[in-house]
Design a protein around this ligand. Structure first.
Ligand code: FAD
Length: 470
């Protein structure tokens, strides 16, 4: 039988990979290829950099089982056709993605390969539940989370498959690009070394991270998950987004913890299902990534990008919770969930700025960037999304900080100006920012750019006007 090409995308793992199970069973030689195409080139700087690390780690994992990762650059269809000819392949398989750009590309690739007589097959693997397999009683899709959760929580989720111990290769390996020439690390316009300290790369590291979480924090997850200074959450978003770990492994881990009587585990499973819900929405309403999910928001007078948004991006608003969070993202490549909600509320409500301005900055800075979760999160915060925060729900960063960072540990960790002895991450921020920002680590902490009460009132007035306009 002729070889099978495995088009590797966001499934950089050997365990819990349905495609791989089929490929191994087929007895064919497998040629894994990663393609740097226009869609991959277009990733935000942090995500692209982080993906480069993941690709390198995965290439090593494949080598350990007698395989390789072939690297090629160019339009996916062209590259795949070339490779098919080179190795005499009869099939191309890949794990599905769900964002509009990937769907458009993959649909075209599938049609073209099939018309050329090849087997072209897409597999599940990125999600627990394919978005079209969850439907309301009326056959529609869910727009609200809780009924979505209820409809999936008792489903049987297949156990994760084991990693193959060996993977059959072709007679002769096709040539591969050198990852270093792709300069994916160069995508970072700031000190990649800063973020690197925090990154947790590759399948083994992701598995260890899950195990450590299940060993400890999962039990207290429900109570502690909202405190940004604590290591109370799994941090698996970074690994899930590149597929270094599969969602079924995480699901079954959570289930085991629940069965062991660790109460926090159910809440953890619920959060994992938020990811599924985000993909459900993305699949059924792909405009969620670019347009107000609710069209009645189209006539809302959002403020565009400008000086205020720039201060927000730079972590210089004078609002400590907001600035700590923005700086956290800049130096670590991630941001605590509670903090994401607060900075998003602050930008869209206190600063009345278009949520897409924030969405884009997150896309640029997050190493766990995910097209579905990011879009859903921003539309939720802005109030323009399906299961959204009500428009009059304006987070007050001051009361939030009293509740969730009472001892100022989080603020001091990331804001050098507020700490007596600034720690590594607080100092790193000033080392990492571009000189053009003109930030001075020795300058006093900025004054508040908006009075919270004034900002809140302004937001509520604008929102009330919108409501009367429809
Ligand atoms: P845990 O608390 O350990 O949760 C386990 C897993 O559940 C996460 O790894 C994640 O896959 C999933 N999950 C948890 N909360 C959510 C949620 N609200 N929505 C979707 N999935 C969730 N998450 C991303 O992965 N990428 C993004 O680009 C992203 N952008 C966001 C933007 C905004 C404005 C907001 C409010 C949220 C965003 N989130 C995003 C969701 C959430 O903040 C992160 O998934 C979470 O902070 C990741 O930390 P963790 O892995 O420790 O999560």
């Amino acid at each position: 039988t002729n070889p099978l090409i495995w088009w590797v995308r966001r499934d950089l793992r050997l365990r819990d990979n349905p495609l791989l199970v089929q490929a191994v069973v087929s007895g064919r030689a497998v040629v894994p290829v990663f393609i740097l195409d226009a869609e991959t080139e277009a990733l935000g700087a942090a995500a692209k950099w982080r993906l480069g690390l993941s690709v390198a780690a995965f290439a090593r994992d494949l080598e350990a089982i007698g395989s390789r990762l072939v690297l090629r650059r160019g339009p996916a269809l062209e590259v795949l056709r070339g490779l098919v000819a080179e190795v005499g392949a009869g099939a191309v398989h890949w794990a599905r993605l769900y964002d509009p750009a990937s769907v458009a590309r993959d649909t075209a690739v599938k049609a073209a390969l099939r018309s050329e007589g090849l087997e072209a097959v897409s597999h599940a693997g990125h999600l627990l539940f394919e978005p079209w397999t969850v439907a309301t009683g009326q056959g529609g899709f869910y727009k609200v989370y809780t009924p979505f959760w209820r409809s999936v929580k008792d489903r049987d989720v297949a156990g994760p498959s084991a990693a193959p111990r060996a993977l059959l290769g072709p007679q002769a390996w096709p040539a591969s690009d050198d990852l270093a020439d792709w300069r994916m690390g160069a995508a970072m316009n700031r000190g990649a070394g800063v973020v690197a300290v925090h990154a947790c790369v590759g399948e083994a590291a992701a598995q260890a991270r899950l195990a450590a979480f299940l060993d400890g924090p999962v039990g207290g997850y429900k109570e502690r998950r909202d405190f940004p200074a604590e290591a109370a959450t799994s941090r698996l978003s970074e690994n899930l987004t590149y597929g270094e770990i599969g969602p079924r492994d995480v699901w079954h881990g959570g289930m085991r913890a629940l069965q062991d009587g660790r109460a926090g585990a159910e809440h953890f499973l619920k959060e994992l299902v938020w990811r599924e819900f985000a993909y459900h929405l993305l699949h059924h309403t792909p405009h969620i990534t670019t347009q107000n999910w609710r069209p009645e928001w189209d006539n809302f007078a959002w403020r565009g990008d400008g000086a205020d948004a720039e201060r927000w991006r730079r972590g210089m608003t004078g609002e400590p919770f907001v600035d700590a969070a923005m700086r956290e993202m800049y130096v670590t490549g991630t941001m605590h969930n509670r903090a994401r909600m607060i900075v998003a509320s602050y930008l869209t409500k206190h600063l009345l700025t278009d949520w897409r301005v924030g969405l884009r900055w997150f896309e640029e800075c997050l190493i766990d960037w995910d097209p579905a979760a990011n879009a859903m999160g921003w539309q939720w915060a802005a109030g323009s999304g399906p299961d959204a925060a009500l428009y009059f729900r304006v987070f007050n960063p001051e009361t939030q900080v009293e509740k969730f960072d009472p001892k100022a540990v989080y603020r001091h960790r990331f804001i050098a100006e507020l700490a007596n002895v600034p720690g590594r991450d607080a100092r790193a921020f000033f080392d990492a920012v571009p000189r053009a920002w003109g930030l001075d680590a020795g300058a006093p902490y900025p004054r508040r750019m908006v009075d919270l009460a004034v900002g809140r009132k302004r937001a509520l007035e604008a929102y009330a006007q919108r409501n009367s306009g429809i």
